[in-house]
Ligand binder design. Structure first.
Ligand code: ADP
Length: 304
C-alpha cells in the first residue's frame, strides 16, 4: 500500500461507537457506514402481523454453542408447565436444532385449510422450525436475507398457532436479519433474554447483543450465564471450566437484570441429544434446581 493509500483508509482508527448518534457523528469519516450512528435498518418491512399472542420473548446470544437453544426449549417447557399455551419458533434457520432437542426431528409440516399446522409436542406446546420443510437433517439452508424474511413472515401469519400466551423465539447467534425481522413483524415483543457462557470471549459478544436489543428499543429481560462451572463426576469437586461470574458482571455493568447461572452438566448435554428437555426430569439434582430458578426468574421478569 502506498503512503497515499494508507492516508485514505477510513474506519480502522475511528473511536469506539458506543454513544454514536447521527448528529454527534456528522463529521466522523465512518458516519455514512457506521451502524451505531444510523441505528439498525428495518426499512421496507411490512407492518406488524396480526396474531393472537400475548407475549413474544426473543432468545439470543452473541455466539453459537453457548446454550441458547437449550434455554429456549427449557423456557418453553417451563412456561407450558405453568399452564400457558406456548409456541416455540425456531428461527435459527442455518442450524435449526430445536426439533432434535425435542425428539421431533422426523416431523414435517401438515397443511390444513391453507394454513401450516405447527408440530404439536403437547396440548400446550407447538413448534415451528424450517427443519420441518427440509428433506433431511443434513441438508443446509442456502438462502439470502430477503428469503428468510419472507419465511419469518409466513411463520407468523400463515401458521395455525391458535390463541397463545407466549411465543419463545430461538434466534441465530449474533445481530442479524432474523432478529431485526421478528422484532419488526411480531406483535407484543416483550424483550430479549441473552444467553452467554462466563469467559471473556463470550461476554464480549453478549455485550453486543445487549446493545443491539437496546437499539431496537426493546427491554433486555435478563442475562443467563450457562456452562457456569461444573461438578466433576469423579471427585465431586467444582471445576470452573469456563470461569464463573462473567454474565453477572456484564449484567451489573450494563444495568440489565441477571437471571442466574446454569452449570455444565453431562445430563443436560444428554437431554439435548436424546430429545428430552432437561426441565421435565425434575428431581433433587442441583442443576435442575438452577434451571428451574433461572426460568422462574425470567417468567417473573415478563409477568412483571
Ligand atoms: P446454541 O443454541 O447456543 O448454539 P445449544 O443450546 O445448541 O447452543 O447447546 C450446545 C450444546 O451444548 C448442546 O449439545 C447442548 O446440549 C449442550 N449444552 C447446553 N447447555 C449445557 C449445560 N449447561 N451443560 C452441558 N451441556 C450443555
Amino acid at each position: 500500500m502506498s503512503k497515499k493509500d494508507t492516508k485514505k483508509a477510513p474506519a480502522q482508527d475511528a473511536p469506539p461507537h458506543d454513544d454514536c448518534t447521527e448528529e454527534k457523528c456528522a463529521g466522523c469519516p465512518t458516519a455514512s457506514t457506521c451502524a451505531s450512528a444510523k441505528g439498525p435498518e428495518v426499512k421496507g418491512l411490512p407492518p406488524k402481523v396480526k396474531m393472537d399472542v400475548k407475549h413474544v420473548i426473543l432468545v439470543l446470544s452473541g455466539k453459537g454453542g453457548v446454550g441458547k437453544s437449550t434455554v429456549s426449549v427449557n423456557l418453553a417447557y417451563a412456561l407450558s408447565n405453568h399452564g400457558y399455551q406456548v409456541g416455540l419458533l425456531d428461527l435459527d434457520m442455518h442450524g435449526p436444532n430445536i426439533p432434535k432437542m425435542l425428539g421431533i426431528e422426523d416431523q414435517k409440516f401438515a397443511m390444513m385449510d391453507n394454513k401450516i399446522e405447527p408440530v404439536r409436542v403437547t396440548g400446550k406446546l407447538s413448534v415451528v422450525s424450517i427443519a420441518f420443510v427440509l428433506p433431511d437433517t443434513s441438508t443446509p439452508l442456502i438462502w439470502r436475507g430477503p428469503m428468510k424474511m419472507v419465511a419469518i413472515q409466513q411463520f407468523l401469519e400463515d401458521v395455525n398457532w391458535g390463541s397463545l400466551d407466549y411465543i419463545v423465539v430461538d434466534l441465530p447467534p449474533g445481530t442479524g436479519d432474523e432478529a431485526l425481522t421478528i422484532a419488526q413483524l411480531a406483535p407484543n415483543v416483550r424483550g430479549a433474554v441473552i444467553v452467554t457462557t462466563p469467559q471473556d470471549v463470550a461476554t464480549l459478544d453478549a455485550r453486543k447483543s445487549v446493545k443491539f436489543i437496546e437499539k431496537l428499543d426493546l427491554p433486555v429481560l435478563g442475562i443467563i450465564e450457562n456452562m457456569s462451572g461444573m461438578i466433576c463426576p469423579h471427585c465431586k469437586e467444582e471445576i470452573d471450566l469456563f470461569g464463573k461470574g462473567g454474565g453477572k458482571k456484564i449484567a451489573e455493568e450494563l444495568k440489565v437484570p441477571y437471571l442466574g447461572s446454569i452449570p455444565i452438566d453431562i445430563e443436560m448435554r444428554r437431554a439435548g441429544d436424546e430429545g428430552r428437555p432437561f426441565i421435565i426430569r425434575r428431581g433433587d439434582n442441583p442443576t435442575w434446581a438452577s434451571v428451574d430458578k433461572v426460568m422462574e426468574a425470567l417468567i417473573r421478569e415478563v409477568e412483571g
